[in-house]
Design a protein around this ligand. Structure first.
Ligand code: F0G
Length: 469
């Protein structure tokens, strides 16, 4: 059968509000043409993020009721610990409220000197942490500690049109050169993001994970995975990498993590949870220091800022996400959207990624220059035409100004259509394709936008725009 079927049925529903085109015009105007400022209630299909937006299963909700809220040693923690150890295999697991908390703890520790009184004194200057591509919060946590976040993804990973099965791979030649230049003294850890969100949700091959691990060992540098979308990455390995066709997802996950010394994880993605995450590692000394940082700001070691019920939801979600029929549906339904867009001449990062489709706004609307933000124009059109919310990943998010106030554009002008897990049905996606095709028919007439107000940092969240005439 060709039809991709959702391997679940719907037990509980949340109604969404439909709005008229006139209402949306007014809502978008009031939101200053920035979808982050639109009340979620006024959105029909919300593709802003796949993070924390999953539909939980009946078993997860049952776990929520059954959560043990004890401060220390709750039964929910032990279940969480058992499941995470089974899949990830690391010796120590530290629960945290979300992925960036794991990053903050790890990088604060690794980029500090600890004095004889046990105080952490920042020593990040002159240090570097390489990855294929760091996600924004990972980069921010490294830079906030004074160190440099370095992206070393393969060249193919930077070209939207090029088809490559593992576009998230690290350039191992560049990594080796980088390590030779800076050495273990200045590189406290090497990361690899699976799948590579910033680069289009593209997977990393087992061969690449193994090779990166080998290079790290050679230089005596610890190796961590940013594991947010580990299960989607494992499924891509199963269907695209020779030798893994017959392996189970659990076996692939066990092998991926066996090459690493630890991982950071946001359970808001591949654990179907609405909140939560963890930091995992093998090194006892690192664990002891990270635990100190955890207890100061997040919470005691058996809850780390989470409620017992959240740990139940994560444990159950992790058991469900490694189910192959779910992953088959997930990866193929994302591909369905990407393929339909391609068939209709709407350019995307090829091939379709795991959690999102990235529309190439520069190629789609070549008449709009970077300083008129083609990606932002597309997100406005998506909302006006169909009540769809997406996010610009281009010169609004990453653009800078030169000394004359001229925009230095980002490398790519993208619009991310992130698909929340188990939330939307095929008819939602078919509707979205119709909306995109309607916009495609009149794309040459779409105009750019201008910024009328912006903060100094992370401007995409709160900047105000106006449409150009
Ligand atoms: N690493 C990656 C690869 C991510 O995609 C994210 C979050 C994080 C770390 C941080 O995790 O949100 O739990 O603190 N990505 C979300 C997104 C926000 O929309 O892509 P967090």
């Amino acid at each position: 059968m060709k039809t991709i079927i959702e391997p679940f049925r719907i037990k509980s529903v949340e109604y969404v509000k439909t709005t008229t085109p006139e209402e949306r015009k007014e809502i978008l105007r009031k939101a200053h043409y920035n979808p982050f400022l639109i009340p979620a209630e006024d959105v029909l299909i919300d593709l802003l993020t796949d993070s924390g937006t999953s539909a939980m299963s009946a078993k997860q909700w049952a776990g929520i009721l059954d959560g043990d809220e004890s401060y220390a040693g709750s039964k929910s923690y032990f279940r969480f610990e058992e499941v995470t150890k089974k899949i990830f295999g690391f010796k120590h697991i530290i629960p945290v409220h979300q992925g960036r908390a794991a990053e903050r703890i790890l990088f604060t520790y690794l980029l500090s000197d600890i004095d004889k009184d046990g105080r952490f004194n920042n020593a990040g200057k002159g240090k570097f942490i390489p990855s294929n591509n760091h996600f924004d919060t990972t980069r921010a946590n490294i830079e906030f500690n004074g160190a440099g976040a370095v992206d070393l993804v393969i060249e193919e990973g930077k070209q939207p049109k090029i088809i490559h099965p593992f576009k998230g791979n690290m350039d191992t030649l560049k990594l080796r050169e980088f390590m030779q230049k800076y050495g273990a003294k200045n590189i406290p850890v090497c990361m690899l993001t699976i799948t590579n969100n910033t680069g289009g949700g593209q997977p990393v091959s087992m061969e690449n994970i193994r090779e990166v691990s080998k290079i790290c060992k050679e230089f005596g540098i610890p190796f961590f995975l940013d594991a947010c979308r580990f299960a989607e990455n494992a499924y891509f390995i199963k269907i695209r990498e020779k030798g893994f066709e017959k392996k189970s997802i659990m076996e692939i996950c066990n092998e991926m993590f066996s090459y690493a010394d630890g991982c950071t994880m946001s359970a808001k993605k591949d654990a179907f949870a609405n909140i939560g995450g963890f930091l995992a590692m093998n090194n006892d000394e690192w664990y002891s220091n990270c635990k100190s940082l955890l207890i100061i700001t997040e919470g005691y070691e058996t809850y780390g800022g989470l409620a017992g019920r959240d740990m139940e939801a994560i444990a159950q979600g992790l058991e469900e996400i490694i189910d192959e029929s779910y992953l088959h549906y997930r990866i193929h339904s994302t591909k369905y959207l990407g393929d339909k867009m391609t068939e209709n001449g709407i350019p995307i990062i090829q091939p379709p990624g795991g959690h999102a489709i990235y529309l190439d706004a520069k190629a789609w609307l070549p008449h709009i220059p970077a300083d008129q933000f083609p990606g932002q124009a597309v997100v406005c059109e998506l909302y006006l035409a169909g009540g769809v919310r997406a996010v610009e990943i281009g010169s609004v998010m990453f653009g800078k100004y030169d000394e004359n106030g001229k925009t230095i554009p980002a490398d790519m002008e993208l619009v991310r259509l992130a698909i929340p897990r188990r939330v939307y049905t095929q008819s939602h996606i078919d509707f979205l394709i119709e909306v995109l095709c309607e916009i495609n028919d009149r794309k040459d007439k779409i105009k750019g936008v201008k910024i009328v107000e912006e903060p100094k940092f992370l401007r995409h969240f709160t900047a105000k725009f106006d449409l150009l005439d």
